[in-house]
Design a protein around this ligand. Structure first.
Ligand code: 3PG
Length: 212
């Protein structure tokens, strides 16, 4: 299994797309890509999410598209069938982790406690989504687990914004930050893709300065 960080190839931001239609998803993904990100996560929270993944795959071949909010084995397989290139879950159970592993796709399962981190690590998973990051202890928590789980790296998600993304990205055990701050519901609803591109460009700039 390829590691998610390898697939992302240095892209520091993983924006979430929550969409009502496949065309809207393509437009959002194009706006994000225009702003400088190369990967997006379509969350399975709307009826058309799987179609949206397939649509982005065919319309924007240079954009990596993954599935988020994967909660069970059937969804993991459905996402793979729809063309998802990686999987993200908000939580971890042994059955969900095994199902995600069985797809062979790069993945970042969600964890928030040291025991969940240890369970995922025990199953050979060393790249995890730390969710909800701000509510689960934020950067002090990630710092606290660094010396304990030395091989584990994180994608913090939940409460990330332009105001705190560099605080997370500057940690050695963070390989990307994710979330919805680049695709706020009001801009998506208004179809203001220019504003989404501008928000993205600013966060990409902040990330690049931090990682330089
Ligand atoms: C997720 O699915 O990862 C979270 O909903 C993202 O949280 P955020 O909306 O605070 O970025």
């Amino acid at each position: 299994m390829t590691a998610l960080s390898r697939l992302l190839n240095g892209c520091p931001l993983l924006p979430i797309i929550q969409t009502e239609t496949p065309q809207q998803a393509v437009d959002i993904a194009a706006a994000l890509a225009q702003g400088g990100v190369s990967a997006v996560e379509v969350v399975l929270r709307t009826p058309k999410a799987l179609d949206a993944i397939s649509a982005i795959r065919s319309a924007l071949p240079s954009v990596l598209v993954g599935a988020g909010t994967v909660l069970n084995a059937a969804q993991a397989q459905d996402c793979k069938d729809a063309g998802a290139q990686f999987l993200v879950s908000p939580a971890s159970t042994p059955a969900l982790l095994q199902a995600m592993i069985d797809t062979g796709l790069p993945l970042a399962p969600g964890v928030s406690t040291v025991s969940e981190m240890a369970m995922a690590h025990e199953m050979g998973l060393n790249e995890l989504k730390f969710f909800p990051a701000n509510l689960s202890g934020g950067t002090p928590m990630l710092n606290a687990v660094r010396s304990i789980l030395q091989q584990v790296r994180f994608c913090p998600t939940g409460g990330i914004s332009a105001a705190n993304l560099t605080e997370y990205l500057s940690l050695p055990n963070v390989f990307v930050v994710g979330g919805s701050w680049l695709t706020p519901a009001d801009l998506v609803k208004a179809g203001d893709y220019t504003a989404i591109t501008a928000l993205t460009a600013e966060s990409v700039r902040l990330a690049n300065v931090c990682l330089a």
